[in-house]
Design a protein. Structure first.
Length: 310
């Protein structure tokens, strides 16, 4: 049962005997203890929604003591934005939104055009601008080590330099769960509380906790077209489609939520959380296999992270 305020839980039920949950709660508390102005980076996807639930538990019965921030590409799935706003209202969260479109309009970034255009990489400039303007020293994100090989190189407290960039060859050791939040002036830290979780861990936690997530994660009928053996949404104006790419209707769902122009769907009959968990257990393909921006090169994600990506 979805219990957004945790009001119907006993204290024992709020914090369960789950080592992954315990570790994440410990990390959240270390963030608040070691940093002056943290923020939770929120995409509206399953991982960042799980982060919100973990933050609730970490500070229960008090409110979450930091804002959430969404870097809005302008090409989000409408279901994701609707879910974001509903969650913010239910939990009385402070929401900060920065828009990629503002930087495009100001000429600070140039939008890609054509078949494989995406606004994902344009989030970097907007994110770094938001961190500087707001003065955040710790940005909490939902990256996991099993998602992509570049993310497997990250520490839980991952330092970014004065320009917001990441040096994968110069990271601090993290032994015996000791997290070092000391940073120099101008630096900030990306924090990954669910770094040690897998995709199945996330879905199993959503199942156990009864956490509500955007509807596009579940099977639904959708107008789509196929390109490069991937299934793309044809419901919107943001996904580039050639005239000869035929639109059909299929039952699909999305395993990951990103910019519509680079996030493909998968055929699925998983209409509820139990079926999704069964499907993930049987899957042999990473969820990011449906993200075309990760396929630009072998090091696509790593290059984006070096520049300041999530």
């Amino acid at each position: 049962m979805w219990d957004p305020q945790l009001k119907n839980r006993t204290m024992k039920e709020v914090v369960s005997n789950n080592p992954l949950e315990d570790e994440a709660i410990y990390i959240f508390r270390e963030v608040v203890g070691q940093f002056e102005k943290p923020v939770l980076l929120f995409s509206g996807g399953k991982d960042s929604t799980v982060l919100v639930r973990l933050a609730q538990k970490a500070f229960y019965p008090a409110k979450i003591p930091f804002p959430i921030m969404h870097i809005d590409t302008g090409h989000n799935f409408p279901e994701t934005i609707e879910f974001r706003d509903k969650l913010v209202e239910e939990l009385d969260l402070e929401l900060i939104v920065y828009h990629v479109q503002d930087n495009i309009d100001a000429g600070l970034v140039k939008e890609e055009k054509g078949k494989y255009a995406s606004r994902n990489i344009l989030q970097i400039e907007t994110l770094l601008q938001a961190i500087e303007e707001q003065g955040f020293d710790a940005c909490i994100g939902g990256a996991r080590r099993d998602e992509e090989k570049a993310r497997a190189k990250e520490r839980i407290f991952s330092v970014r330099d004065n320009f917001g960039q990441w040096d994968e060859k110069n990271q601090r050791p993290e032994v015996f769960d000791l997290l070092n939040g000391r940073i120099d002036f101008g630096q900030n830290v990306r924090v990954f509380p669910i770094s040690n979780w897998t995709e199945l861990d996330v879905w199993s936690y959503i199942q156990k906790e009864g956490i509500e997530i955007p509807s596009i994660y579940f099977a639904h009928k959708r107008k789509v077209f196929e390109r490069d053996n991937l299934i793309w949404s044809a419901n919107d104006e943001y996904v580039y489609r050639e005239k000869d790419e035929l639109v059909t209707e299929k039952i699909v769902r999305f395993r990951t939520v990103g910019d519509m122009s680079c996030t493909a769907a998968v055929e699925s009959l998983a209409f509820d959380i139990d079926k999704v968990v069964e499907e993930i257990k049987a899957s042999t393909i990473s969820e990011r296999g449906a993200r075309i921006d990760d396929k630009r090169s072998e090091a696509a994600m790593e290059k984006r992270k070096q520049q300041g990506y999530f």
